[in-house]
Design a protein around this ligand. Structure first.
Ligand SMILES: [Zn+2]
Length: 545
């Protein structure tokens, strides 16, 4: 959707309250006392009181109910650039898990396997029921290599493939009221404690739920072990796990505030550290990939993971650090001796400075800094691509769509895999489509986006861009249809019904040609589907009252 949002431009911003989060969780768990009397089949949702483990379908439904709230959290962010980067790591890890037999077909098919980004400066990542994951920009902002970030994702992924959440809920089944009481207490405490407030800021409710769903130490060690295997299988440097541990260890020593919730949910026990050191010693020396070389190599002057450093810089700026910090970052390249700094820190500082200038509304300076960055990293293909995407984004913001198109060049071929697995090229696609729409080429934008959404029907950002491209061509009915797909993709059925009713009204008032007849019948079908899902959702909620 939008690539940059300043705090001032988020009027829809609202604080997620502990009460709302709790209501959502209780609703999702079907935990109201009256509901507990009914057989689970009548509610169609997981019941903690049942004997045995939650089924995969129940877990997915629980995850959907949580994620529906998370999508509406003001701190949920769909940043195409950070998102595409994270997704690239994520897809590689999923492939690695499949190759190792860690991802049974049933889980593969039934779970969502989606990572949602939260615009929060605290360092956190968490797994949710049903294969959903939360990742804070704060964590992306402190990693120095793809392998470090991938190691955290691999660990969280393993919590889900090992079915730790249903195992945990299964253990609690005889203490359901106690667990619920603990959840209430935990959320109230979190909402009143300013330090824990950081955890509430993004996907806060999910983070708090996660804190209450504390995995056992054995589960943590298992997630380390399985996650390590997946990481290496996926082609990442196993040292990334070790350097991430070192980073967390360093933070444990110096940082005892609320900025590192990941440490609270993942205490670094001596046993975890010992296990990981053993694995690291078994690693072949000098066999690390240049693309995932750890920070230590960069400090020794070895090959740094420039792309990871640029994406980290972006995540830090998007994390709303405040105007004073933005100004400091924007001024960094003007400091004496800046040009003599090693490439890695210089490139990260240039990226942060360019994006900070853009947030401070000085686009000419932002663009000059981005050009400086592009020249500095021209020798590194991945980093050069990141610099080009930044230049394209800034040109669009500066009202130079032709320049954006020039920077992005011709679209890459459509990915061979049409299974919706690949997100490669999404950032360029969305930037290009916006630039085309802004420069009278909305038809081309719509064509490219149509192809994309047919492969990625749950890509709300692409549907939004498509609606804009269609509206720019005066195709109101099509634009309304695409607009309805935005809430639909985020499981907001009421929102979808609202847009598609408007589309129906429009087509009755202004019946068009044959093409509009087809579109109108698509709208009818989608409206009925959304209404059925909404009705089911309301039935489930009523039954629980
Ligand atoms: Zn864990």
């Amino acid at each position: 959707m939008t690539t940059i949002r300043s705090p001032a431009s988020t009027p829809w911003r609202r604080r997620a309250t502990a009460g709302a989060a709790l209501a959502a969780l209780l609703a999702a768990l079907g935990a109201a006392p009256a509901a507990a009397q009914q057989p689970p089949a009548a509610r169609g949702l997981p019941s903690l009181g049942d004997a045995g483990e939650m089924t995969t379908l129940e877990e997915r439904k629980l995850g959907d109910a949580i994620i529906r709230e998370l999508y509406r959290d003001p701190d949920y962010i769909d940043d195409p650039i950070v998102g595409e980067y994270v997704d690239g790591l994520w897809r590689a890890l999923l492939d690695g898990a499949r190759a190792r037999g860690e991802l049974p077909p049933e889980l593969d098919e039934r779970y969502a396997w989606r990572v949602l980004l939260g615009r929060d400066r605290s360092i956190n990542a968490f797994a949710l029921p049903g294969g959903y994951f939360g990742l804070h920009l704060g964590l992306v902002g402190v990693v120095s290599s793809r392998a470090e970030l991938a190691s955290v994702l691999a660990h969280e992924l393993s919590h889900i493939t090992q079915r730790h959440i249903p195992r945990l809920l299964g253990q609690e089944k005889r203490q359901t009221p106690l667990m619920m009481a603990a959840l209430v207490a935990g959320m109230i405490a979190a909402s009143k404690n300013p330090q824990a407030g950081a955890a509430l800021a993004v996907g806060g409710q999910a983070a708090v739920i996660q804190q209450q769903l504390n995995f056992s130490r054995d589960m943590e060690r298992e997630a380390d072990r399985i996650g390590y295997g997946i990481l290496v299988q996926a082609g990442f440097d196993g040292q990334g796990f070790v350097s991430m541990f070192e980073k967390l260890q360093g933070a444990t020593r110096i940082n005892d505030n609320g900025d590192w919730p990941y440490l609270r949910s993942h205490p670094l026990t001596t046993q975890r550290i010992g296990d990981m050191q053993q694995r690291a010693q078994a690693l072949p020396r000098g066999g690390s990939q240049a693309a995932s070389a750890p920070r230590e190599a960069a400090e020794r002057g070895g090959p740094a993971d420039l792309e990871a450093l640029l994406v980290a810089a972006r995540a830090r700026v998007l994390g709303r650090p405040g105007v004073d910090v933005l100004r400091a970052w924007a001024g960094e390249p003007s400091q004496p001796g800046f040009a003599d700094r090693p490439l890695a820190p210089r490139a990260g500082a240039l990226y942060a400075a360019a994006l900070a200038q853009a947030q401070l509304r000085d686009l000419p300076r932002a663009q000059a800094l981005a050009t400086q960055l592009a020249l500095a990293v021209a020798g590194d293909a991945r980093a050069a691509r990141q610099a080009r995407l930044l230049q394209a984004e800034l040109a669009l913001q500066a009202g130079q769509p032709a320049r954006t198109l020039e920077l992005l060049g011709a679209p890459a071929d459509r990915p061979a895999r049409a299974d919706g697995a690949s997100q490669a090229g999404r950032a360029a696609l969305l930037l290009r489509a916006q630039a085309q729409t802004a420069s009278g080429q909305a038809a081309q934008a719509a064509d490219a986006l149509q192809v994309w959404v047919s492969d990625h029907p749950r890509d709300a950002g692409a549907w939004q861009a498509l609606a804009q491209a269609q509206a720019a061509q005066g195709q109101t009915l099509r634009a309304l249809r695409a607009e309805g797909e935005v809430p639909m993709a985020q499981l907001d059925y009421a929102g979808a019904v609202d847009r598609w009713r408007a589309a129906q009204d429009f087509s009755r008032r202004a019946p068009g040609g044959a093409a509009d007849l087809i579109e109108a019948s698509i709208v009818d079908t989608r409206l009925r589907q959304a209404q059925a899902l909404l009705q089911q959702q309301r039935l489930d909620e009523q039954k629980r009252r």
